[in-house]
Design a protein around this ligand. Structure first.
Ligand code: PEP
Ligand code: MN
Length: 337
């Protein structure tokens, strides 16, 4: 970081800043120009509190040199992180398609979806047991019964399971059933929850908040990483804009941007990103072409009867044909599916 002193800063104020920065365990590099003094601060590995330094007397402003997310940053970890889940690699050459219903509704619904996902080449089963619904009157999920059904579907199909956890207190329970813990868009900045999954022994699928910037997503990932969990998968799922034809605006440029900024794997959720099943296939192709490491897709055996998100859910036959159509796109960008 660079500390820019005010034009009229006194020698005593400069000396005070130098001493206090050194007390924080940093080294300093003083540069006294004609107009003003600037102090280069060489950090001790921990991010500095810029706002605090800017309140010291004689300081005009600070200029960060490094990004505020250190553990998530590619600057400190140039090679791609590959998150392994039961022997499967997220972030490698193989694209990982996670698919299944929005909500777990029943044994038959889940198993029908799970087999369809598996037969079409999906490798992780998704399904919500605890649902973050915008209305308290909408279906809220089956809770632990939904988790039990997911575990049963895993036992029968061999597919690992990703499901959302909404509260810190539920992390131990969800961890006993799930292979990947999903943090939903509405909870991306729930710091108590990020702390709890940061301590959990499971990979985390972190979805971008509805109104969050790319940097805020990476700072949320930083929370999880800083609590000791290095298995974080980022997910672009669309952000809220003025556009009405789609449920959200899927930010395709977030994929290469996140890949440049971070070493973490990035997947795309075109189901929530668009809200329309007819858009899921074309947007999935775009995501793969843009460098996504995988997709999160809603599949329901009978979308017209779904208790949540039926309008964006693919029927099994449509999911199968989408997977077929994606293979040449994957190959064109050096990936396999
Ligand atoms: C989901 O994946 O079921 C979900 C609720 O997504 P989001 O948190 O992105 O809205
Ligand atoms: Mn959904």
């Amino acid at each position: 970081m660079i500390v820019v002193m005010k034009q009229n800063a006194t020698g005593a104020q400069v000396a005070n800043v130098l001493a206090r920065v050194e007390q924080l365990g940093c080294r300093v590099h003083l540069s006294e120009g004609e107009e003003r003094t600037i102090i280069g601060v060489i950090g001790n590995g921990r991010p500095l509190d810029r706002e605090r330094i800017e309140r010291w007397e004689g300081v005009e402003r600070t200029v960060p040199i490094l990004r505020p997310f250190k553990l998530a940053s590619r600057d400190f970890h140039p090679q791609d992180t590959v998150v392994s889940i039961n022997g499967m690699a997220v972030g490698g050459r193989q694209l990982i398609v996670m698919a299944g219903p929005c909500s777990v509704e029943s044994h038959d619904q889940l198993l029908e979806a799970a087999w369809a996902v598996k037969e079409a080449g999906g490798c992780v089963l998704r399904g919500g047991a605890f649902k973050p619904r915008s209305s308290p009157y909408s279906f809220q999920g089956l809770g632990e019964e939904g988790l039990r059904l997911l575990a049963q579907a895993r036992a029968e199909t061999g597919l690992p399971v990703v499901t959302e956890v909404m509260e810190p207190q539920l992390v131990p329970l969800v961890t006993t059933y799930a292979d990947i813990l999903q943090i939903g868009a509405r909870n991306m900045q729930n710091y108590a929850l990020l702390h709890a999954v940061g301590k959990a022994q499971r990979p985390v699928l972190l979805k971008r908040g509805l109104m969050s910037t790319i940097e805020e997503l990476l700072m949320a990932a930083e929370y999880i990483l800083s609590h000791g969990n290095d298995r974080v998968i980022l997910c672009e799922r669309g952000i809220r804009t003025f556009e009405k034809y789609t449920r959200n605006t899927l930010d395709i440029s977030a994929v290469p941007m996140l890949k440049q900024l971070s070493h973490l794997p990035v997947i795309v959720d075109p189901s929530h990103g668009t809200g329309k099943w007819r858009l899921v296939e074309p947007v999935s192709r775009a995501a793969v072409a843009a460098g996504a490491d995988g997709l999160l897709i809603e599949v329901h055996p009978h979308p017209e009867e779904a208790l949540s998100d039926g309008a964006q859910s693919l029927r099994p036959d449509r999911f199968t044909s989408m997977m077929r159509g994606l293979r040449p796109v994957a190959e064109a960008v050096g990936r396999t599916l």
